[in-house]
Design a protein. Structure first.
Length: 262
């Protein structure tokens, strides 16, 4: 090969590479969150868990959710025996304060309250005494430890279902101990558990592993609900960035989401 031919060949090769690397990923249209109607997992009652601290902060987040297109909010304070000893009275009393403020400011959005129950011994006592806050079709939102799975989770789920409740597992993509044991998730699905994705898991906000698990679970089509799990304004600012996320698009088009039925 002559020097001229080599230069010509090299130029063609460089040109091809430039074209390949200059190709932009197809940009997706921003999703319209209004199709969901309801955000069913958040922490918007001030001062009772690790969510908003003041009524002003609560109202600011609710306004932002309204801007997203949500028409209804079901806020879900933590109930945990060792940390957040909330009761229906505390939660519903706090909800009324939020409602009163919304009315004062003429903010037209529906807001209700349930709870995010940590599965522990205290939860089993509440279940036995029928002291659970529910929403929708007798749904109960539950969460697990991030460190290790409760040994009795299957028994608790069975008791919930036998008592007439439908359990929703909050953010399953955030439980790292099952990242290589997806059969454990399948056992829960087979027991009647519905799954809820945190929108911000798609950004890597919680961890890269949670993001990868979220992607895999969307590919497996296992989510019935998606929510902001908003504790502070930062969470909603991050959620706003997911409107063009390809996996969120895939989830929205799955035909499986039940948010708008609440």
């Amino acid at each position: 090969m002559s020097v001229l031919q080599a230069n010509k060949h090299s130029g063609t090769f460089k040109s091809t590479l430039q074209k390949l690397f200059s190709r932009k990923k197809k940009e997706l249209d921003p999703l319209d969150f209004s199709v969901l109607v309801t955000d069913m997992h958040s922490h918007l009652i001030p001062g009772i868990d690790d969510g908003v601290k003041t009524l002003d902060e609560s109202i600011s987040l609710i306004k932002k959710l309204q801007q997203f297109g949500y028409k209804k909010i079901i806020t879900t304070p933590h109930i945990m025996a060792d940390f957040y000893k909330n009761t229906p009275e505390i939660i519903l009393g706090g909800l009324q304060k939020v409602k009163n403020r919304l009315k004062e400011e003429n903010i037209d959005i529906e807001i209700f309250a349930a709870a995010e129950y940590y599965i522990d011994e205290d939860f089993e006592n509440k279940l036995d005494n029928h002291q659970l806050l529910t929403f929708g079709k007798n749904y109960v939102l539950v969460e697990l430890s991030y460190v290790y799975p409760p040994s009795n989770v299957q028994q608790v789920i069975m008791n919930l279902v036998m008592s007439g409740y439908t359990p929703i597992l909050a953010h399953p993509e955030r439980y790292p101990y099952w990242s290589d044991k997806f059969e454990e998730f399948q056992k829960l699905k087979d027991s009647g558990v519905l799954f809820q994705l945190n929108i911000n898991s798609l950004t890597g906000h919680y961890s890269v592993l949670a993001q990868k698990m979220a992607h895999k679970m969307i590919d497996m089509n296992v989510f019935e609900f998606v929510a902001t799990d908003a504790h502070r304004m930062q969470h909603l600012n991050i959620a706003e960035q997911t409107k063009t996320d390809e996996y969120l698009h895939k989830l929205f088009s799955s035909g499986k989401l039940l948010n708008n039925s609440l």
